[in-house]
Structure formats: structure tokens, C-alpha cells
Write a protein that binds this ligand. Structure first.
Ligand SMILES: [Zn+2]
Ligand SMILES: [Zn+2]
Length: 172
């Protein structure tokens, strides 16, 4: 297993020796469950950005890319989803956190280091669609026989369509 490079030493920023620090990281995130569905993290997360010293802490701004494998909410097949997102988050020292307005979510600076993993994980969770679909036009499974309607129709689907278009026939 590759060493995790998610811990970034920011002591030069904290001491105001530098104002900016380029950050480039390849981070391994474990697969997780979200709303009962498994989210597989297929690739490492590639992050590139800039850490900046602000009076209230350290702001990390950048871009990340990761490949996920999700289960389609309609046809239940696995499919790949490439996530490519921008982010801008704040890391603070514990003594500064109390000074921030309530509701401002920040990540901790610990032992002059920031850990990118929790921040990235949270951004991946936000990027997963509520009802993930393998494609916009996925036709899903037949609710009665389970046939994958992307691959072909089934007989029960035909019947239900006929019933709909001839409602009087059935009542006789
Ligand atoms: Zn599907
Ligand atoms: Zn069917």
C-alpha cells in the first residue's frame, strides 16, 4: 500500500514565513456506505491546490479528481462515475475556532499539520448524487419480473401497457 500523503506540514505558514504553499497530494480514501448504498472509491484522489495563510487559519483551495463505482438506483448495475470538483475549505487552530461565527465548519490544524483526508472524504460524499443513475435514460428493472428493461422488454410490461390503453375491456 502506498503511503498516505494527506498530512501536510504547514508550520511555515503558521509562522508567517510564507503566505502560500502549493499542495499536491495523492490520497487513498476507503470505500464507504451512503444511505445504504455502497460507494466504491476505485482510484486514489488526486488533489492539487494552494494553502493560504489567513488571520483566522489556513485556507485550502484546489481541485480534486477521483473515480467512483456506484450502484444504479434503477437497474442496480454497477457503473463508474468520475468526480472532478473544486473546493475551498478552512483549517483552524483550536484557539481560533471559538472566535469564528457559529455554523462555520472548519477542519483542525494539529501539530502544525493539516490532514486532507476528512476534507476530501466529505467533498466526495457531497458529490455522490442522491439517486445515482448509470445513465439519464436508464429504464430500470420491471417491478414484477425483474427484467432489465435496458436489455429488452418483458411480457408483463406489455400487458400493463395494454391494460392502461383499454381500461374498459378489463371490467367486462
Ligand atoms: Zn441503470
Ligand atoms: Zn416484467
Amino acid at each position: 500500500m502506498k503511503p498516505s500523503k494527506s498530512l501536510i506540514n504547514v508550520s511555515s505558514l503558521l509562522k508567517f514565513e510564507e503566505q502560500f504553499l502549493p499542495v499536491k497530494a495523492e490520497i487513498n480514501i476507503e470505500s464507504f456506505e451512503l444511505g445504504g448504498a455502497k460507494v466504491e472509491v476505485v482510484s486514489p484522489v488526486f488533489f492539487k491546490g494552494l494553502a493560504r495563510r489567513l488571520s483566522k487559519g489556513i485556507q485550502v483551495e484546489g481541485h480534486f479528481e477521483v473515480e467512483l463505482s456506484l450502484i444504479c438506483a434503477r437497474c442496480l448495475k454497477k457503473f463508474k462515475l468520475n468526480v472532478s470538483e473544486n473546493l475551498k475549505e478552512l483549517f483552524t487552530l483550536s484557539e481560533n475556532r471559538a472566535l469564528l461565527a457559529e455554523g462555520v465548519e472548519t477542519y483542525p490544524i494539529e501539530a502544525e499539520k493539516i490532514n486532507l483526508t476528512p476534507m476530501i472524504k466529505e467533498q466526495i460524499v457531497l458529490a455522490v448524487p442522491f439517486k445515482a443513475l448509470c445513465s439519464e435514460g436508464c429504464r430500470g428493472l420491471c417491478p414484477s419480473c425483474g427484467q432489465d428493461l435496458n436489455l429488452g422488454t418483458c411480457t408483463c410490461q406489455k400487458e400493463s401497457v395494454e391494460v392502461k390503453s383499454h381500461p374498459l375491456k378489463r371490467s367486462k
